[in-house]
Design a binder for this molecule. Structure first.
Ligand code: SAH
Length: 477
């Protein structure tokens, strides 16, 4: 079932509630809070409802349901607890084109009442379309915890300033930016501290000092290794406020879906670590030009990179370029592949008994292979996390062995780390190239080499068991 969500204005509108028990009492209270003029129809009422009727704040139709009770009603709620009566109400309402809600009966209802998080005038409504009310209330509880109580006063303040804000900033993009930077920042902080007056003053001050034309900016954001759960809250916030997202190909769709709904998504197609893609992909200069163009047009650009933007991501170059062109920027770190792959393969990067240091290295081209300090890399009791290494495994093994690393040094090669299709291939430096070949390991993959890699066999917890160790494979088969 697919429902059309709507928020109804019930002020001064007649609503009928059939049933006079405790459930009806709750429904009536909510309807009256929204300004509805409620008539309750039932043979008997709770004490509280009877008091309301006596006080003249509630109309009562006594007796058993009759279709003409619906005359003039915009909505009806059936809360009798008697399915036959509820069915009668629903049928009569259907004939008269009055929307009916039957409490706890999705099938008989022509409208549903959602679970709500109330930060009036901000209201979040949640529905599972009747499929799982318990799930809806679980989600409600989670959102309840997420939305601070000061959002109510904030929405109220925004409502009072709405007209002035529109006059001062006619551009929707400029308004949105003022809201994100100023209202959600300093103004919200003051409300959180309970100082409504100072918040009001700050709103006015901010509006006065905000120019009418929007200033563009770039956020260099780390998207993490692929699992959307490893996207930081700051990265989420940046994505939610982006006008344009320039992303690497390695960033999966689940992460991109966190972006603001009408943000423009541009795949700048750097397929790091793999073969150059068939499709035309932007080179670094094109990416620089795109960032500049969008930022100069006043847009909020998110440059989204896999992992962390400062770890083999050319983030440094991009910032130098932006700084040289006077574009404001910020950086949001991400969980880099080495940390994520190690965690999800059960390989502690350092370990009191096995490794006192860890190095992040890349070995994807001749240049990088030739310029590395192999003597230092071949030292024992340290861990190497090798990025973009699938193509260079043979050279890597040769150099390490040449410089004295033991052939028995364990490795764990993690392909698609943290994703549903993660694979871990294990072995020793001696059989590294053959094992990787036998299992056809593809990018993105990260090599962890060092004594700690032996632990992958015992500590794996995520995805399928490690491949490559014969005893294990036999057991898994
Ligand atoms: N900035 C990124 C690294 C970019 S270089 C970061 O901090 O993680 C791209 C390389 O990162 C890939 O070739 C691969 O070695 C590694 N990588 C990125 N995501 C990965 C993943 N989910 N699983 C395994 N390796 C990954």
């Amino acid at each position: 079932m697919s429902l059309y969500p709507l928020f109804a204005d019930l002020r001064s509108r007649a609503v009928l509630v059939v049933g006079g028990g405790a459930v009806a009492e709750r429904k009536i209270a909510a309807l009256r809070a929204a300004g509805a003029v409620v008539t309750v129809g039932a043979p008997a009422l709770t004490d509280a409802l009877r008091d309301d009727v006596a006080r003249g704040t509630l109309r009562h139709r006594e007796g058993n349901f009759a279709a003409d009770w619906l005359d003039g009603a915009w909505l009806v709620v059936a809360a009798t607890g008697d399915r036959a009566v509820n069915r009668q109400v629903a049928a009569a309402a259907e004939t008269r084109r009055v929307f009916a809600n039957v409490v706890d009966d999705a099938e008989l209802s022509s409208f549903h009442v959602p679970a709500i998080v109330d930060r009036s005038p901000l209201t979040v409504a949640i529905s599972s379309g009747g499929a799982a009310p318990a799930l809806a209330s679980h989600v409600r509880a989670r959102i309840e915890a997420l939305l601070e109580p000061s959002l109510g006063p904030l929405a109220d303040l925004a409502r009072r300033w709405r007209t002035r804000l529109r006059t001062h900033l006619p551009e929707p993009a400029a308004r949105r930016r003022f809201f994100e930077r100023h209202v959600l920042g300093p103004v919200a902080d003051l409300l959180r501290r309970g100082d409504a007056q100072a918040a009001e003053v700050e709103f006015a001050r901010g509006l006065k000092s905000t120019s009418r034309t929007a200033q563009g900016s770039v956020a260099l954001v780390g998207a993490g290794p692929g699992d959307p759960g490893l996207v930081t809250l700051n990265a989420q916030r940046a994505l939610l406020t982006a006008d344009v997202v320039l992303h690497d190909r390695l960033v999966p769709a689940e992460v991109l879906s966190l972006a603001r709904r009408d943000a423009e998504l541009v795949d700048v197609g750097k397929q790091v670590g793999g073969k150059a893609s068939q499709a035309k992909h932007a080179d670094q200069d094109d990416i620089h030009a795109l960032m500049l163009e969008h930022a100069r047009a006043g847009r909020r650009v998110v440059r989204l990179k896999c992992g962390d933007p400062f770890v083999f991501g050319r983030g440094g170059e991009e910032l130098e370029f932006l700084a040289a062109h006077g574009i404001p920027f910020e950086v949001v770190p991400g969980v880099t592949a080495a940390l994520a792959c190690a965690a999800h393969a059960g390989v502690p990067l350092t370990h009191r008994d096995h490794a006192q240091s860890v190095r992040f290295v890349t070995a994807h081209c001749r240049d990088s292979v030739d310029t590395l300090d192999w003597r230092a890399l071949a030292a024992e009791r340290q861990t190497l996390a090798v990025y973009m290494g699938v193509a260079g495994l043979e050279a890597l093994r040769a150099r390490l062995l040449e410089h004295g690393r033991a052939p028995s040094t364990p490795f764990a090669l993690v392909e698609n780390g943290t994703r549903a299709n993660q694979r871990v291939v294990i072995g020793t430096l001696a059989n590294l190239v053959e094992r990787a070949g036998a299992h056809a390991v593809r990018a993105p993959a990260l090599l962890i080499l060092g004594e700690v890699a032996a632990l992958a066999n015992r500590l794996h917890w995520f995805g399928t068991v490690p491949l490559g160790e014969p005893a294990r494979e036999a057991r898994a088969a």
